[in-house]
Design a protein around this ligand. Structure first.
Ligand code: MTE
Ligand code: MO
Length: 329
C-alpha cells in the first residue's frame, strides 16, 4: 500500500510530474505553520527576490479573506452543523491548496495570487435554461440565500479536512434559473487568465481552462453547494474565489474553483482530469474506499491538520443523501 512516507508522485500525468514538489514535505509544511502561528509573517519564507514568478505574481499570502458583504456571516444549516466533526483550522485550509492555475506546490498557491482579480466577476449561465445570462456573485446570492454548512472534504490524494462552507445550494439555483426538462448534465468552467496566474503558461501542456461536469440529478442533490465563502467570510483567492463547487461525496478534484461558466446540456461533457488520465480519475470520482487509485490505496486517508489516519468512508460518509443516485437502474 502506498503510504505518505513513500511520497508518490501525486496526481500529475507521469510525463509532467516533478516528483519532489508534488507534496510539500512535512517539514516545510510544519515550518510554514509554525511561523504563521508565531505571527512572524511570511517574509522569511518568500522565494528569493530574483524569482521572476514571485516578483510578478507574488503577494504576502496567508489567510486573507476578502471584505465581508451583505449575507455574511450566513446562518448555519443545522442539518449540516458539523457537531460531530472537528473543523480544520483556517490557517491550514487557506495555505495548503490544490489550484494548478497557480502552482502544483500546495504550500505556494496562496502566495501567488497577487494579480488574480476576483471583483468584479460574472458567471455566464447558458444552455438549456430559461434564464440564461451573466450573473454577478451578488446576483446569485440574491437569487438563493446564503447558508453555512460543515462538510468533510476528501482529496483523491488521500488527505482530508473538515470545512465550514458558506454558499448557495446548487439545486435551488437550478430551480431559480428554470432549467429545462431536456437538460441532463452541467459543464462548469474555471477562469482562464494567463496574465493573472502563473500556471497557465508554466504548464501550457494542460488543456486549460479547468473544467468539470455533473449529472443534473447530482447537481440537484441537497448536498451540492456553490460556495462563495468559508469560515464565515468570502472565499480567499486560493480557495477558489469568488465561487466554487462543493460536492462533498466526490473527490476534491470535482470541486472546481473560480467558476466563470455553467452550461446546462443534454449530453455529457468531459472533465479536465478524466480527459487527461481516465485510468486514474473517473468521470464520477465518487469517494470509494474499495476502488484504489492505480498508484495508491483509497482505503484510508490522513487528516491534513491532525495527521491522524482514518478509514475512508463510502461516498465520504454521505451515502444517506447520495447512494440512491448510483443504484443500478
Ligand atoms: N480550477 C481548479 N479547481 C480545482 C483544482 C484546480 O487545480 N483548479 N484542484 C481541485 C482539487 S484536486 C482539490 S483537492 C480542491 C482543493 O480545494 P482547496 O484548495 O480549497 O482545499 O480543488 C479542486 N478544484
Ligand atoms: Mo484533490
Amino acid at each position: 500500500m502506498v503510504s505518505f512516507h513513500i511520497r508518490p508522485s501525486w496526481f500529475l500525468p507521469e510525463s509532467a510530474a516533478t516528483p519532489e514538489n508534488q507534496y510539500a514535505s512535512r517539514r516545510k509544511f510544519l515550518r510554514d505553520l509554525g511561523l504563521g502561528a508565531l505571527g512572524l509573517g511570511t517574509a522569511s519564507l518568500l522565494p528569493s527576490c530574483s524569482d521572476p514568478e514571485w516578483e510578478h505574481f507574488g503577494n504576502k499570502g496567508g489567510t486573507l479573506f476578502p471584505p465581508d458583504r451583505p449575507g455574511f456571516p450566513a446562518p448555519r444549516n443545522q442539518r449540516f452543523d458539523g457537531s460531530s466533526l472537528q473543523t480544520t483550522p483556517a490557517s491550514i485550509a487557506t495555505t495548503h491548496n490544490n489550484f494548478y492555475e497557480f502552482s502544483t506546490d500546495q504550500s505556494r498557491v496562496h502566495k501567488l495570487t497577487g494579480l488574480f482579480e476576483i471583483d468584479p466577476w460574472t458567471v455566464e449561465i447558458s444552455g438549456l435554461v430559461n434564464k440564461p445570462g451573466h450573473y454577478s456573485i451578488q446576483d446569485l446570492e440574491t437569487l438563493v440565500p446564503l447558508e453555512e454548512r460543515v462538510y468533510r472534504f476528501r482529496c483523491v490524494e488521500a488527505w482530508s479536512m473538515v470545512l465550514p462552507w458558506t454558499g448557495i445550494p446548487l439545486g435551488k439555483l437550478c430551480e431559480q434559473l428554470e432549467v429545462q426538462p431536456a437538460a441532463r448534465y452541467l459543464r462548469l468552467t474555471s477562469f482562464h487568465k494567463p496574465d493573472q496566474a502563473p500556471g497557465f503558461k508554466k504548464m501550457s501542456y494542460y488543456p486549460w481552462p479547468y473544467y468539470e461536469s455533473l449529472r443534473l440529478d447530482e447537481a440537484m442533490n441537497e448536498l451540492s453547494l456553490l460556495a462563495t465563502g468559508i469560515y464565515g467570510h468570502p472565499l480567499p483567492k486560493q480557495n477558489g474565489a469568488p465561487i466554487r463547487l462543493v460536492v462533498p461525496w466526490k473527490y476534491g478534484l470535482k470541486n472546481i474553483k473560480s467558476i466563470v461558466r455553467i452550461e446546462f446540456r443534454k449530453t455529457r461533457s468531459g472533465t479536465f482530469w478524466n480527459a487527461l488520465q481516465p485510468q486514474e480519475f473517473s468521470w464520477l470520482s465518487n469517494v470509494d474506499p474499495r476502488i484504489p487509485h492505480p498508484r495508491w490505496s483509497q482505503a484510508t486517508e490522513k487528516r491534513i491538520d491532525t495527521g491522524e489516519k482514518q478509514k475512508t468512508l463510502l461516498y465520504n460518509g454521505y451515502g444517506e443523501s447520495v447512494q440512491r443516485l448510483y443504484r443500478p437502474k
